[in-house]
Design a protein around this ligand. Sequence first.
Ligand code: HAX
Length: 423
Amino acid sequence: MGHLQDRLKEQIPDLQARAKKLVLEKGSSVISDVTVSQAYGGMRGVRGFVCDTSNVTADEGLIIRGHPLLDIIDILPEEVFYLLLTGEIPDAPALEDLSAQFKEKQNVPDYVWNVLGAMPANSHPMTMLTTGIMVMQEGSEFKKQYNAGIKKSDYWEPILEDGISLIAKLPALAAGIYRMHFEKGDRIEHNPELDWASNFAYMTGLDDPDGDFQKLMRLYLMVHCDHEGGNVSAFAAHTVASALSDPFYSVASGLNGLAGPLHGLANQECLKFVLGVNDHFGKVPQKAEMAEYCWDWLNSGRVVPGYGHAVLRCPDPRFVSFLDFGKKHINNDNIFSIVELLYEIVPKVLRDQGKAKNPWPNVDAASGSLLYYYGLTEFKFYTVLFSISRAMGMIAQMVINRALGVPITRPKSVTTDWLEKNS
Ligand code: HAX
């Protein structure tokens, strides 16, 4: 048992008591109505389940356990995982203990590399990542303990054990996929001196003379950790986990959702868009040229990647954190300058077009330009980075849901005939 596990053991009875009391005293209070538009519109805005790890508000963006993202922007991914689960930033011994647990479980079994090596060379890195995770499902502790008849109230413990084991392996798995897919040479062994995110940067083998790429990875893998419960990847993972599928199955399902171009894959689409601007003009364009380019893009029926959001109605604080990082560390780089220029131009263009409910940049609008600057130019890989981080939120949500005994997800669908008769 580690500090994190001990702390959760102390906290869970209180959380269970709060949930029980709410259901007992306010079980029939209505928290949402559903309109016909929402039924046909991706259930946008319907409040239908609970997620305590983080909250996303329209005007502030990501709030992790009560901390607005930009207030805790310097904490490590290990710290944010502890925070997502417990609501507390770990003290030094708790952080050391969790880091040690990650280090102890970080090795990816050889059979994973054999399977990945047998895949078609053109497989997308996201397909390789979720395949790698699925191959490791064989070692699930939850599956083993469930089959041995573990008590329902104890499910959360092997779920957390699997979760830590999976998160621990993701840097080596992702870096290995990077080197394999893009033919960078042999895999690089981890460096025992480094933290979880820095180790990922190290194992990619990218040149990092000043350690700035490691710094970027600490930021990147922290800010993508969670975005409450209703986004495609979190909700997919939540639903699959509710069937008591173990964390390997559930995280892989969530990440398959993240691989969609309207969700996590948008970060690769976004950099493609920025590179397209650079190719088209051969320089950083003037403001009027940029606006005209965006209008032509929209008029050809396409969305501007990196802009808009289903919930946010403000610049995404995750975007702000990347923009700040770039301003601090990057000078005279056309790609980053185009990202800055787009931030000046696109919101007005989208507002004038009048369709997007949120004209502001989301997380994906700046992150790719920073990765590109540090030599991670293979944008097919970007969603894998997002995934390593987002797995933390999925696992944290699963642990809490199992501790609360949340049952299998089963909302009711209706038919068009039913709606025509009943609405
Ligand atoms: N460019 C052009 N049009 C846009 C737009 C954009 N960036 N964002 C929204 N719109 C359009 C929509 O396509 C929709 O048009 P139609 O009515 O013709 O279908 C209209 O504006 C209303 O959409 P919305 O209600 O504002 O947005 P949604 O909640 O339906 O969708 C999306 C949110 C993020 C999917 C959307 O804004 C989009 O496609 N953005 C570009 C892709 C992107 O950046 N995705 C990454 C999101 C962040 C994320 O999840 N990362 O993982």
